[in-house]
Design a protein around this ligand. Structure first.
Ligand code: PRT
Ligand code: ZN
Length: 286
């Protein structure tokens, strides 16, 4: 059949760069498609559709696109019948409740009987229901942060990343409602040939993500310390040990995870490791 897999990505906005870089890191060439609705990838049977992020879940549900890159916040709000397959590590933010710093609303229970402005009425209504809070939801499509100042609402529920928008509008965060990042979503009934292409793409995405979460480490160690040092460095199978020209010393090569990176480095130094080099990994195939 040789059908293309069709992917929907944001046309412009906060997810555009991350989406295009991820495709590039997966070895997929896409010529600058910023002004086109769709482009064909050069070296993978992939067709890229550039859309507004809000429309992506529906297009994937309706099989206009087979898969998409979109924020978890949008997936949850649009509530379409799609599968979330993989978090992608970019577009990180949180949907939070916030109130004016000088108001009487200091915790979420103070929201009872109040009006909350948001572009996320579904997520917010489910959250309020779960917390047993009775509040009115005022749906607005943008500039949510100014709603309390113009008297439209008592509080807001909006996306936050650095927090500077809340700060400059004198709003304080009350509680996180949802944590979000970009995810890969898929249509529920992909034909077998497209599923095969998706599996290939997913394999590449996971290899790229794994590489980003890991570093290659090279160090020198006195031979009597090798057991302790290797215990700190499990590696992909086990560390590689090569003798140095200087007697009694070895070079150790391994892979360490970003999450406990500094901890491991400190332990390595304590155990006599010297000349530690940390090198980024481009792809990691398990
Ligand atoms: O045109 P289109 O509909 O495609 O774009 P859009 O304007 O709806 O979306 P866009 O590009 O603003 O955001 C796309 C996605 O990026 C969102 O759905 C989130 O998944 C993700 N994302 C990550 C964010 C933010 N961080 C973010 N900070 N989306 C919006 N913001 C806004 C927020 O609404 C607030 O106005 O940035 C402001 C707060 O930022 P800080 O840094 O001041 O806290
Ligand atoms: Zn949007």
């Amino acid at each position: 059949m040789n059908e293309n897999l069709k992917i929907a990505v944001q046309k412009k906005g906060r997810l555009y760069e991350g989406s295009m870089s991820l495709l590039k890191e997966c070895g997929i060439e896409v010529s600058n498609g910023n002004n086109q609705l769709r482009v064909q990838a050069g070296n993978f049977p992939l067709e890229i559709f550039f859309l507004r992020d809000d429309d992506i879940p529906e297009y994937v549900q309706d099989a206009v696109a087979d898969i998409g890159f979109v924020g978890e916040n949008v997936v949850a709000e649009k509530n379409k019948d799609v599968i979330s397959l993989e978090k992608l590590g970019f577009g990180k933010c949180r949907l939070s409740l916030a109130s004016p710093g000088n108001s009487s609303i200091n915790s979420i229970s103070d929201l009872n009987g109040k009006k909350i402005a948001t572009s996320y009425p579904l997520i917010l209504s489910l959250f309020l229901k779960e917390k047993n809070i009775q509040a009115t939801i005022q749906e607005i499509s943008g500039s949510v942060e100014i709603a309390p100042r113009i008297g439209l609402a008592d509080a807001i529920c909006d996306l936050v990343s650095s927090g500077s928008t809340l700060f400059s509008n004198e709003l304080s965060e009350l509680q996180t409602v949802l944590k979000s990042e970009a995810v890969l979503i898929s249509n529920k009934n992909l034909p077998a040939d497209k599923q095969e292409l998706l599996d290939k793409l997913l394999f590449r995405i996971r290899s790229v993500k794994k590489a980003k979460n890991n570093k290659y480490v090279l160090l020198n160690a006195p031979n009597e310390k090798l057991d302790d040092i290797c215990g700190l460095l499990p590696g992909m199978k086990s560390p590689t040990i090569l003798p140095l020209a200087e007697k009694g010393w070895s070079s150790v090569h391994s892979v360490i995870n970003e999450s406990d990176f500094w901890n491991v480095i400190e332990q390595l130094k304590k155990n006599g490791a010297q000349g530690i080099l940390i090198i980024p990994i481009e792809k990691m195939i398990m």
